[in-house]
Design a protein around this ligand. Structure first.
Ligand SMILES: Nc1nc2c(ncn2[C@@H]2O[C@H](COP(=O)(O)OP(=O)(O)OP(=O)(O)O)[C@@H](O)[C@H]2O)c(=O)[nH]1
Ligand SMILES: [K+]
Ligand SMILES: [Mg+2]
Length: 521
């Protein structure tokens, strides 16, 4: 047992040399480059308002306090002081405002930071920024540079950085909540938890390599390791099999309205949006291009598209419209398939008809290749279509000859069909129940209400998790007698996890992540 423990410690350091060190080098390199300069930026929205916040970070912060705010002694950190702000060169007074500073490392960036809360007027802001520029070794911050420094100083990992970016971009409540929990470290905890467990596995394997000749190495250590790797593997697999909920919530649910010409697709889009987004007319083939509208439905971000009526046609423009409709269908998370109600009055077995309506129609079209534009649909696209959620909307219920027929049809649909609404865009009959069906579907696509596990939110994470999983799979299942080769698999798996959190990363990855930030964050 003693050797067992010693193995962990020794191997831990071997591990440290190979992976952690790599990241430290990158960080140190950046740290040295950026820590010599002090950066400043307007962190609030530019324009006329009550207050503007200018943020400063770096070694010159004390100098800023002394020369712009004219503190005689270094003030107490984390306290607001009402001060006059002066230009350090011509000694002109520029404004009066609140000044606060944070001493390193207890600040957002991990460096000395200060904030000047001044009046938000164009001239005031410009003059204070210019005054900051007059101090030695100061310069305007690049987009996201404050956050980048926080990352390089170990204040945040990359998933938390991405959480901040998502929070700044969040437009709906559900997006806000997801971004917040990511910023608070839910993904960091999950991924670094796996990393810690794999690190121990690797340490065990390396201990085995180093000490297996030795009598004292614990029996069955490799079996134990295999079990641990297997359980991490299973957890990653579950996390990946989330039907892309988190990514969808982040980027918006894609809803596509399709159906034959003139069934009322554009009318439905306008009703959902509560404005005249698309042209409605009695002429068949009115909509040609895809018409998009971004909406907030029950706190979830949604992109609804109206498309050209699906039919075989000689008209070249309409053919192009049908082709585009099919392209959108392939990307859809949710399809609203609109039908004319008169098709249904004579039908006896409505449930079967409606429940199967969508898939056979499109998939048989795909198989038969009977519309030019559908020739482009490959079999995997057809598979995608099959996986999308569908709501069948039966429109124009006001045209049903008698009230009793309408009620009968409605009852039959409610009893026999899963996702179907009988509505009238003209009278708005059934609209509310359709909208609540739509909202429920969207919610289901974005979050799993049964579990409160953190969702995978980014393609970047998925990419590295899939690669990590591949190495773990090789470790678990491949017949390999050379234990050193097996150890290498674990090491590679660990590197992939490190790439997600940024403990192993390259300058290019950082550039991509920070480029979308605004200046001053
Ligand atoms: N009576 C009745 N007419 C409707 C209803 N919904 C739509 N319409 C009419 O049906 C016609 C076609 O409506 P659109 O919304 O343009 O139909 P579409 O499916 O977008 O048509 P295309 O873009 O040409 O494929 C228009 O004259 C609408 O006013 C409805 O619920 N009841
Ligand atoms: K029309
Ligand atoms: Mg239309």
């Amino acid at each position: 047992m003693i050797y067992f423990l010693r193995g962990i410690r020794l191997s831990g350091s071997i591990y440290g040399r190979k992976i952690i060190h790599q990241s430290v080098q990158t960080s140190e390199h950046n740290w040295m480059r950026c820590s010599t300069s002090t950066i400043y930026a307007l962190s609030s929205f530019p324009g006329r308002a009550a207050v503007a916040v200018i943020r400063v970070s770096g070694p010159q912060v004390i100098m800023v306090l002394k020369s712009l705010a004219r503190f005689k002694n270094i003030p107490e950190p984390r306290k607001l002081f009402l001060k006059k702000i002066f230009d350090p060169v011509n000694n002109k007074m520029l404004d009066r405002g609140l000044v606060v500073w944070f001493s390193k490392p207890k600040s957002f960036t991990g460096e000395d930071c200060c904030e000047l809360h001044i009046h938000s007027g164009t001239a005031v802001i410009m003059s204070v920024l210019q005054a900051l520029g007059k101090l030695p070794k100061t310069r305007p911050a690049e987009p996201g540079e404050f956050t980048k420094r926080a990352f390089l100083n170990g204040k945040l990992d990359l998933t938390e950085v991405e959480g901040i970016a998502d929070l700044l971009n969040a437009e709906t409540e559900a997006q806000q909540q997801q971004a917040l929990s990511q910023m608070e470290g839910c993904l960091y905890n999950l991924y670094s938890g796996w990393k810690e467990r794999l690190k121990i596995c690797l340490a065990h394997v390396e201990a085995f390599i180093d000490f297996s000749e030795d009598e004292n190495i614990e029996d069955g250590i490799l079996d134990l390791t295999l079990k641990s790797v297997q359980s991490v593997f299973n957890e990653i697999e579950n996390h990946l099999a989330d039907n892309r909920r988190g990514e969808r919530l982040r980027s918006g649910v894609k809803v596509v309205i399709v159906g034959e010409p003139n069934v009322g697709k554009s009318s439905l889009l306008n009703l959902i949006c509560q404005r005249e987004v698309a042209i409605v007319s009695p002429l068949s083939g009115t909509t040609r291009d895809v018409i998009e509208a971004a909406l907030n439905i029950g706190g979830y971000p949604v992109l609804v598209c109206d498309t050209a009526g699906l039919q075989e046609t000689e008209d070249l423009v309409e053919q192009e419209g049908v082709k585009r409709a099919f392209q959108r269908l392939q990307q859809a998370d949710l399809i609203i398939y609109v039908k004319h109600c008169l098709e249904f009055i004579e039908q006896k077995n409505i449930g079967e008809l409606v429940n199967n309506i969508y898939k056979p129609t499109f998939l048989s079209a795909v198989d038969a290749n009977n519309v030019d534009s559908q020739k482009n649909l490959r079999s995997e696209d057809a598979e995608l279509l099959k996986n999308s959620e569908v709501i069948v909307v039966i429109n124009k219920s006001d045209l049903l000859p008698e009230e009793i027929i309408k009620e009968n049809l409605k009852q039959k649909l409610e009893k026999e069909c899963i996702s179907c609404s009988l509505i009238s865009c003209k009278t708005e009959y059934g609209l509310n129940s359709f909208l609540s069906l739509l909202q429920n579907k969207i919610k289901k696509l974005c979050c799993d209400s049964r579990t409160f596990k953190p969702s995978l939110t980014q393609d970047r994470h998925r990419f590295h998790l899939v690669k990590c999983q591949k190495y773990l799979k090789e470790y678990i299942f491949e017949e390999e007698t050379d234990i050193a080769i097996k150890a290498e698999k674990l090491r590679k798996g660990l590197i992939e996890l490190g790439m997600i959190t940024g403990h192993v990363c390259t300058e290019e990855v950082l550039d991509v992540i920070f480029k979308d930030f605004c200046i001053g964050k």
